[in-house]
Design a protein around this ligand. Structure first.
Ligand SMILES: Nc1ncnc2c1ncn2[C@@H]1O[C@H](COP(=O)(O)OP(=O)(O)OP(=O)(O)O)[C@@H](O)[C@H]1O
Length: 236
């Protein structure tokens, strides 16, 4: 089942500004799709267009069904200055109508895993960047949505947190959740993603499995990095 269908003819921040164009893709349940591209390629803008937060979008974005829930992990952590970590958790649980038992069952292992259990009554504004990123991850996984939209999650995470985050994603995927994730970590992306969307200059230059990407790049048995470099050169 498709959980996301994106058909963007053009989109941008200003009213008539075009930052991305002709971005067409779908994501199915259980799939992990990597959004790959150099700085400024349009990965975050594509994510914002998908979330409906851009000023200008010409096209359509359809989620699986009206009731479908998704979680968004932004590139820069976003939180309420005046709420403690625990109040963020309670707020998220109330919006998503999680009952107390479900909340307690899910939250304890997540807080322990990311070593946030000792700081639940502190304000996230006093946290390090990595701790703030971990809070975003905990809030996203708390609600167990059908779709995770994740913008470059690895920056700031320590190696254990990165490993734990990947294990959580894998578990969610096994249970049918889909993931759209932008990242610069091509080795990790190559290992964990089912499919890739390669962006350059606000446009898709290739998409598909690693096999499809290699074929488009006409590079037999090359890795993702080398295939992407060749496709980038060709698109300039
Ligand atoms: N808030 C904004 N207002 C106007 N233009 C923006 C804004 N944010 C990004 N842009 C422009 O949109 C283009 C694509 O940026 P975007 O942030 O989508 O790239 P990205 O692929 O996510 O890059 P990075 O890997 O550096 O995060 C860039 O030219 C950038 O200058």
């Amino acid at each position: 089942m498709n959980v996301l269908d994106v058909e963007i003819f053009d989109a941008g921040y200003g009213k008539n500004e075009i930052i991305i164009k002709e971005i067409f893709f779908s994501i199915q349940s259980g799939e992990l799709v990597g959004l790959i591209g150099p700085n400024g390629a349009g990965k975050s803008t594509t994510i914002k267009a998908t979330l409906g937060t851009l000023d200008h979008i010409n096209g359509s974005v359809q989620f699986g069904d009206e009731k479908m829930r998704y979680s968004y992990i932004p590139e820069q952590p976003v939180f309420y200055e005046e709420l403690t970590l625990w109040e963020h958790i309670q707020f998220t649980a109330s919006i998503c109508e999680l009952d107390e038992t479900t909340l307690n069952n899910r939250v304890k292992p997540l807080l322990e895993m990311f070593r946030l259990d000792q700081v639940i009554h502190q304000l996230p504004s006093t946290f390090s960047k990595g701790m703030q990123q971990k809070l975003m991850i905990v809030l996203a996984f708390l609600t167990q949505p059908q779709l995770y939209i994740i913008d470059e999650p690895f920056i700031g995470l320590d190696p254990k947190a990165m490993n734990d985050f990947l294990k959580l994603l894998e578990k969610e995927q096994e249970q049918g959740a889909a993931v759209l994730m932008s990242t610069h970590m091509l080795d990790t992306a190559e290992r964990i993603c089912d499919r890739f969307i390669l962006l350059s200059g606000g446009q898709i230059i290739a998409q598909g499995t690693l096999e499809d990407i290699r074929e488009t790049a006409q590079l037999e048995s090359a890795n993702l990095f080398d295939s992407f470099e060749v496709l980038m050169e060709r698109s300039l």
